[in-house]
Design a binder for this molecule. Structure first.
Ligand SMILES: [Zn+2]
Length: 287
């Protein structure tokens, strides 16, 4: 009799161990950030599969952490136009065969980007019919690229130059007293002919002359992450070419809509323009 009770208790104990819910952790590296910054979200625990999230209209997958077991990460791009507020991110995953949904909040605060006034060639502001058509075609081609998400993600990025920054990302710009926009990248000081190297491994998706960007290179790094290098004097890569971090892309110049020679460096995630230097800091947390 005693033996039977012992076996029953032992069975109950082992069953409870088998079905005990292992702890799953969900947390942000940075849960308060400015508009146009990138959030890094971690999901940790064993037996997790199919982890993804929904934020506003974006559907984003978690990827395995490059160096940590039983850890996943997701990048969430906040648009420049996101208003300061608390936003709910819905995370879903399968854990021990069960589908789980969790909500987690991130807070967006106003970056208070500065304003700047620029004057460029009037022909880059008041477009001829021909140029208008050209910019529309170039825009459509670029959107086709930026809306593609290839698998995986390169997680090591470096700044393309270490020269002084001549115009910060996000500056509210007024061109020739008429055209308003915001600065979609970071400008680095670069005399004509300065070699420009890739920020990370990837595949060249655009390598050609464009109306606003001039001679430009756009590289696909997976996960919908693209790096852009604009206003180059000459290009040394071709579309479709695989590229390594620190590989020569071309030489800097003053082509396209510019006030002078410099390198315009930009990052897009899922077709959302983000602060490239904050992105590099965040992605390198994974190293
Ligand atoms: Zn720029």
């Amino acid at each position: 009799m005693k033996r039977n009770i012992f076996i029953l208790l032992l069975t109950l104990f082992l069953t409870s161990l088998l079905y005990a819910k292992e702890e799953v952790k969900l947390y942000f590296h940075n849960n308060t950030l400015s508009n146009a910054q990138t959030a890094l979200l971690f999901l940790e625990g064993s037996h997790i599969t199919q982890a993804k999230l929904t934020f506003e209209k974006l559907h984003i997958d978690f990827l395995p952490h490059p160096h940590k077991k039983e850890s996943f990460f997701a990048l969430i791009p906040i648009s420049y136009y996101h208003k300061p507020n608390a936003y709910k991110v819905i995370v879903s995953y399968k854990h021990q065969g069960e589908k789980i949904f969790k909500g987690i909040f991130l807070t967006v605060v106003d970056a208070q980007y500065k304003s700047e006034i620029l004057s460029v060639q009037p022909s880059k502001i008041y477009l001829s019919q021909e140029d208008k058509k050209r910019t529309q075609e170039e825009y459509a081609d670029a959107m086709k690229v930026y809306n593609q998400t290839t698998k995986g993600l390169v997680t090591s990025f470096i700044k393309p130059l270490s020269t002084p920054i001549t115009s910060d990302f996000g500056n509210q710009r007024l061109y020739n007293n008429t055209l308003q926009s915001f600065h979609s990248g970071t400008d680095f000081k670069a005399a004509i002919g300065t070699p420009i190297y890739s920020s990370a491994n990837g595949v060249v998706k655009i390598a050609k002359n464009r109306f606003y960007a001039g001679n430009s290179v756009v590289i696909d790094h997976g996960y919908g992450v693209y790096s852009c290098y604009y206003h180059l004097d000459s290009l040394k890569v071709k579309e479709g070419q695989k590229i390594k971090q620190n590989e020569l892309l071309g030489y800097s110049g003053n082509t396209g809509r510019v006030t002078g020679p410099h390198l315009h460096f930009a990052i897009r995630i899922k077709n959302i323009i983000v602060d490239p230097l904050q992105f590099i800091k965040i992605i390198n947390i994974l190293q």
